[in-house]
Design a protein around this ligand. Structure first.
Ligand code: BG6
Length: 495
């Protein structure tokens, strides 16, 4: 179903996120017939563009980043009629009248009221001023049709996240606030709920009685991609774990929802976050590992050490790799470790979840076959491969009872025709529809910050003595292997 008439204002209209992700997402939604007939997207920024030079600029982005590229010029001609540019400074309170006027004029032209969406694709320090100025527009009091979308990072720590939540909460109703975590829009991430709760097969086993441990890996082969200034103040724990990876952990660990109501799903997720053990400062040392990459070579290309990147301090203590062993202290998961790791310039681009089951309780086979006997394992590949693999034992053909692990594989590309929508397409459509299921509620953000705060505190207090401590193109620092090896496991890296 198409959403009602909508106007999307993008603060940061001349910025990178809009260029690479947002406009391509809207363009693809329009090609797939998901946009309302009465639709407009207005870039807001300080750069001086006319409507037409702005459209030309965005067209370059479409050519480079759109998922669909057929008949591009013709299709862009049609779509770009909905694109406009408003030259204004988000910090200039007087300029906001332009927005109200723009909405009024459009609604007159369309002869209908529209959903109005303010997307803040700007640096985090600009968010409070823009939100405050928007909050003064009488229009924003209309909680049923006006929404604000806030990009990550949502705060820098618990305190700043709380003050941002308080500020937004004073200006808008919670149901108007859409805190984006783009991982939640990925098809393979959404599929976790389908896998777990649309099948009767997995859920009875999905607990401490049958699961030995869980691994969540988000390995990247890229580095800072020109974002040294931001990354230096963030680090891997804030950039990936606090948001994306804890959200994935929630989807794996949550209880069954009663319905797909936005608050029902988010209640179940926040229950997981509030059950994650908060480490004491002593426990941080045993359960969290940090790393920073050295100079080296990745895929034949030279990489400079993190400390020599632009925007990074020479003695920087910022981590470009983090591995943490979390515990979810509740009835279902008591004692089951959740190993989570992420890093820049690792050996392979791979986001995957590994569920490792306990071994069969009794081994009745000839002793010779014990060498190849392996526990069952379910691997959910989020990206770039999109598949789910179940490993189990089979009898190796021949005259003796020898065992061999084999795999059953579900692959998205084989099973379903056509392309998958990108995360931002799904999420933008959800905002227009008013569906907040895949967005972060204030309490989720707060709980997730509480989980990482002790680690951040210890890391800040105790300067790393061994940085840089991993080679680009490796799987991270040796301590990360030790973190999991001390429990008798190893990280699963599927080729
Ligand atoms: C962003 C992080 O949120 O996610 C980046 O800021 C990271 O550092 C990116 O590279 C990864 O997203 P994806 O969709 O490419 O896995």
């Amino acid at each position: 179903k198409r959403p009602p008439a909508s106007i999307v204002f993008i603060f940061g209209g001349s910025g990178d996120l809009n260029y690479r992700k947002l406009t391509p997402a809207l363009y693809n939604l329009s090609l797939d017939g998901y946009l309302p007939e009465q639709f407009a997207v207005v870039g807001i920024g300080r750069s001086k563009y006319s409507d037409s030079s702005y459209r030309d600029r965005l067209l370059e982005g479409i050519k480079a980043f759109s998922r669909q590229k057929d008949d591009l010029d013709t299709n862009w001609d049609v779509f770009s009629k909905s694109v406009a540019y408003l030259n204004m400074d988000g910090e200039d309170a007087d300029a906001y009248k332009k927005i109200a006027d723009w909405v009024n004029d459009k609604e007159k032209e369309w002869k209908t009221q529209a959903n109005v969406i303010f997307y803040l694709a700007v640096a985090p320090q600009l968010v409070p001023d823009i939100a405050t100025n928007l909050g003064k527009l009488p229009l924003c009091g209309d909680t049923s049709r006006v929404r604000i979308v806030v990009e990550k990072p949502f705060g820098h720590d618990l305190e700043s996240a709380r003050s941002l939540n308080n500020l937004l909460g004073g200006l808008f109703a919670e149901k108007q606030i859409y805190r984006i975590d783009h991982y939640l829009g990925k098809e393979t991430v959404q599929n976790i709920l389908a896998l777990r709760f649309a099948n009767a097969l997995f859920e009875p086993l999905w607990n401490r009685n049958y699961i030995d441990h869980i691994q969540i890996t988000a390995a990247e082969t890229v580095g800072l991609e020109g974002r040294g200034g931001y990354y230096e103040t963030s680090g891997a724990l804030r950039d990936m774990v606090q948001n994306h990876l804890l959200q994935i952990l929630c989807l794996i660990a949550m209880e069954a929802p009663v319905s797909f109501d936005a608050d029902e799903i988010r209640n179940k997720k926040v229950d997981v976050l509030s059950a994650i053990r908060h480490f004491t400062h002593e426990a941080v040392r045993d359960n969290a590992v940090r790393g920073q990459y050295d100079a080296g070579v990745v895929k034949g290309k030279k990489v400079v050490a993190y400390r020599d990147e632009e925007g990074v301090k020479h003695e920087s203590a910022t981590e470009t790799f983090a591995a943490v062993k979390f515990f979810v202290d509740n009835w279902r998961w008591s004692g089951v470790p959740f190993y989570v790791r992420t890093g820049k310039f690792l050996q392979q681009k791979k986001t995957q979840i590994t569920i490792e089951f306990k071994s069969a309780p009794h081994f009745a086979f000839p002793q010779e076959s014990a060498d190849t006997w392996r526990p069952n394992r379910l691997i959910i590949s989020i990206q770039p491969d999109m598949d789910i693999r179940l490993r189990f034992q089979a009898k190796r053909p021949g005259q003796s009872m020898m065992l061999n692990p084999v795999e059953m594989v579900f692959n998205y590309m084989d099973a379903f025709d056509g392309q998958q929508p990108e995360a931002y397409e799904t999420l933008l459509l959800d905002v227009m529809q008013g569906d907040a299921t895949l967005f972060m509620r204030a309490d989720q953000v707060d709980q997730a910050w509480q989980v990482v705060t002790p680690i951040l505190d210890v890391w800040q207090k105790r300067q790393p003595v061994d940085f840089p401590n991993y080679q680009p193109g490796s799987w991270g620092p040796e301590d990360a292997e030790a973190l999991i090896a001390q429990d008798g496991h190893h990280w699963v890296n599927v080729k």
